[in-house]
Design a protein around this ligand. Structure first.
Ligand SMILES: [Zn+2]
Length: 302
């Protein structure tokens, strides 16, 4: 029987440097992070981009886990990194990991949150345990055809830990501390499953992705209005019909014209301007915890 292992990836985006720094310190001081007996494998996702402190070299690594691209003749650095990580630590590799955590930071005022992609029972079960333990919001990214190929989707269970706000390329004690605490709590919850000591919650609160909007742009694709100060830093705060979204240089305000009580997230994230995303909208939902989620996660770990 194969040994149970958890893959931890930092620096998937080379300019998100806090988790990578934590890994370096952890290499020097193995007692720095408690793993509760869970065997872990650490990888820097994009070492070349990290050296240059840039998000990526040829393309976004966290949109490159696309099997169709693996068969192509592309020599993009990130496609090769994605192939390397799957060939080395994918579920069918020689040194397989069953669960992956991908550690990111954001320039948006998101605090610490968990991001999951789609509704895989294993992800929902593990996210529930972490939410129950730490009270973190969960952003459920789904139904977004313009974005795919996320790293964690290539493992049978995988979550992103996203912490902000922090500028790209800047170390910040609080961001490092939140990353470390979330990682330790997650590994402890996984260890409890292994030893049959888990207590799964009865519900899960998710913020389900609804869609994204771009900045207002002129004919040359230049940004014509900026995020309004009432929105900036107010991620996770529901907004009402008529709330200000953007303001231009002469003070004209562009308002939110929806009355469905959506919750904006990733407001003004620096890396998303190139993806034409000024902010995303989510809907807060409370879901009953399903026992099949628990069964799927226990199956995977034991
Ligand atoms: Zn990132």
């Amino acid at each position: 029987m194969r040994e149970f292992q958890v893959l931890l990836v930092a620096g998937t985006h080379g300019n998100e440097i806090n988790a990578s720094w934590l890994f370096d310190q952890w290499d020097k001081k193995p007692e720095l992070i408690r793993t509760y007996g869970v065997k872990i494998i650490k990888e820097i996702g994009n070492p070349s981009a990290r050296k240059k402190c840039t998000r990526y070299i040829d393309r976004d690594l966290n949109r490159s886990f696309l099997p169709d691209l693996f068969d192509s003749s592309s020599d993009d650095y990130e496609i090769n990194r994605a192939k390397y990580l799957i060939n080395r630590h994918g579920i069918n590799a020689d040194d397989p990991c069953q669960i992956a955590f991908d550690l990111h930071s954001t320039t948006a005022g998101m605090g610490c949150c968990i991001v999951i992609y789609g509704r895989r029972p294993t992800d929902l079960a593990l996210a529930s345990l972490i939410q129950n333990r730490l009270g973190l919001p969960i952003y459920l990214h789904e139904s977004d055809k313009s974005q795919s190929g996320f790293l964690v989707e290539s493992w049978p269970c995988g979550l992103v830990i996203e912490v902000g706000p922090v500028p790209q390329g800047v170390l910040n004690q609080q961001i490092i501390q939140q990353t470390k605490l979330t990682l330790e709590a997650s590994l402890e919850e996984i260890s409890k499953i292994k030893f049959g000591k888990s207590r799964f919650p009865r519900q899960l609160i998710v913020h389900r992705h609804i869609g994204s909007i771009d900045y207002p742009r002129d004919m040359n694709d230049q940004t014509e209005a900026v995020i309004h100060k009432e929105r900036q830093g107010n991620d996770w705060q529901p907004i009402d019909l008529g709330s200000p979204l953007f303001i231009n240089s002469t003070g004209d305000i562009i308002k939110f014209l929806d009355n469905t009580n959506l919750v904006p997230v990733f407001i003004n994230e620096a890396a998303y301007s190139e993806k034409n995303i000024a902010m995303s909208f989510s809907k807060r939902e409370v879901w009953f915890f399903l026992s099949e989620w628990k069964d799927a996660l226990i199956d995977l770990i034991s």
